[in-house]
Ligand binder design. Sequence first.
Ligand code: PGA
Length: 255
Amino acid sequence: MRTRIIAGNWKMNTTPDEASALVAEIVSSSTVQQAPLSVRIVVCPPYLSLSSAIQSSVGSHVVIGAQNCHHEEKGAYTGEVSPVVLHGMGVKYVIVGHSERRRDQFENNELVGRKAARALACGLTPIICVGETLDEREDDITTDVIGTQIRLITSAAGEDVIKGSVIAYEPVWAIGTGRAATPIQAQDVHAFIRSELHIFGAQDVPILYGGSVTDENASTLFTCRDIDGALVGGASLKASSFCAIIEAASGVHGR
Ligand code: PGA
């Protein structure tokens, strides 16, 4: 049975106090308290709110992730954050290659692969994001784009790193737009990603869907064979909607 994961990406939202309060609210909800251990719950606050989020999560089913990390452990990289430090703080996961970083910080697949490799070597589980733009989907090259992303990331990171990671399929046109992929669109790409991972024996890696996931569309998405959970942006900023998404994942029988 593949692990199911519901991860919240809080992006540049929440002060340390707000993060602490939001984690406390999530942790104390009956959904989270009753969620099966086979559903992993991850929240990814901004760097400066990690510490307070970790404190509020202690002893609970919720673990904390970061939204990015550097590809080296230490050195002359002004303003960067080392995966060693994140791990030492108690962070368990790290998102790498989110489309907002690819767009705004010009991160490419090779760098994403190097970040994933370093993160895993430092004890973090990378959540590696891939996805096509609207133009690419309309040009009917979605699988070419995603296949290339996976191949380039894998060649930079190494196959064993991918085997220890989580993949998030996040169509760029669905992020923050309120226009989620349909279950059929998402399942098609997830099945393609799984077949690409199968080539080197990584077919059991959890593949999350991300892009306008809400408490309304989550349960239908989770019935899809190759969707193992979600990377949730906007809807993870409210405990009620995030917990409803966790509940939808908890109700799906393992595969
Ligand atoms: P969204 O963001 O759920 O707000 O669309 C998802 C993400 O960027 O990970």
